[in-house]
Design a protein around this ligand. Structure first.
Ligand code: MF3
Ligand code: CO
Ligand code: CO
Length: 287
């Protein structure tokens, strides 16, 4: 299995939990059912921003390492092993491992999986697309980023989706400026995605990140005027649009994590963590 007779993905076998060396600092939620993540704020001083940048660089470099291994025949569990080992070798904790019970060190979301796919014995095939989402925690701060890769050669329709999803994220980032409301971001993303008839996922959003993995601040990727929080210099949050070749209705698998398009249309995502500056935004998840 891992794919049914239509080629649609199904749940595979999840490997035993990977170990993290004892000397690596854990986020507070590890070993607990729920995180204590609300009410810690979204504003950061210069020292804190450098700590988020350090965590974010490790996350980005871990995705570089995983990306080098992406080819037909490799399992998503092997990609998780590579990401996990890179993160702990750099003295950081893979934030997803033990977050609300999530069992792995990255999310690997293939084809019709929108986000939160769990690494397992699924084998990558030529023409697939795979979104690798990694968050690293170090020195009290999380940095969160993802990228979508194509496996071998993919169709023009799929490579266009991937390229335009990256561009949509970049357009959202360019809309950031102090004094504007956060809804400018989704307005820019949705206007661009609509040109191509793509679906813009609404059920999952960008978020405040730093001291907490998800701070409670919500950054929609569609035009949602009611999200009227004013962007301030020193705010840190993610922008992480998910675009689809079809509809935006989503289903959650019985593993309670994997999110798929209901119509099984393929979907791509890109994510950066950024800090708001005097003039715009600066990326904190760069290699
Ligand atoms: N990194 C994801 C995000 O962008 C969150 C993954 S939470 C997990 O917000 F538990 F699914 F890993
Ligand atoms: Co995120
Ligand atoms: Co992420």
């Amino acid at each position: 299995m891992p794919r049914d007779e239509h080629g649609h993905l199904t749940a595979g076998r999840i490997s035993p939990q990977r170990a993290v060396p004892k000397d690596i600092e854990r986020p507070e939620y590890v070993g607990r059912a729920q995180p204590d993540e609300l009410g810690h704020g979204d504003l950061y001083d210069a020292d804190e921003i450098e700590r988020i940048r350090t965590a974010g660089r490790i996350a980005s470099q871990a995705i570089d390492a995983v990306g080098e291994a992406i080819r037909p025949g490799v399992t998503t569990d092997e990609l998780d092993r590579i990401g996990h080992e890179f993160i702990v070798a750099h003295g950081a904790y893979p934030s997803t491992l033990g977050y609300r019970g999530y069992p792995k060190s990255l999310c690997s979301s293939l084809n019709e999986v929108i986000c939160h796919g769990i690494p397992d014995d699924t084998v990558l095939q030529e023409g697939d697309l795979v979104n690798i989402d990694i968050t690293a925690y170090k020195d009290g701060m999380h940095g969160d980023t993802n990228r979508t890769f194509v496996v071998g050669e993919a169709s023009q329709e799929v490579t266009d989706l991937v390229d335009r999803t990256r561009t949509a994220m970049e357009r959202g980032i360019k809309a950031v400026a102090p004094g504007r409301q956060v809804n400018v971001i989704g307005r820019a993303i949705e206007a661009y995605a609509k040109r191509f008839g793509y679906g813009v996922v609404r059920d999952y959003t960008g978020h405040g990140v730093g001291r907490a993995f998800h701070s409670g601040l919500i950054i929609p990727h569609y035009d949602a005027p009611q999200y009227d929080t004013v962007i301030e210099e020193g705010m840190v949050f993610t922008i992480e649009p998910m675009l689809t070749l079809g509809g935006i209705a989503a289903d959650i698998w019985s593993d309670d994590w994997t999110v798929s398009t209901r119509d099984k249309s393929w979907t791509a995502q890109f994510e950066h963590t950024l800090v708001v500056t005097e003039r715009g935004a600066e990326l904190l998840t760069v290699s």
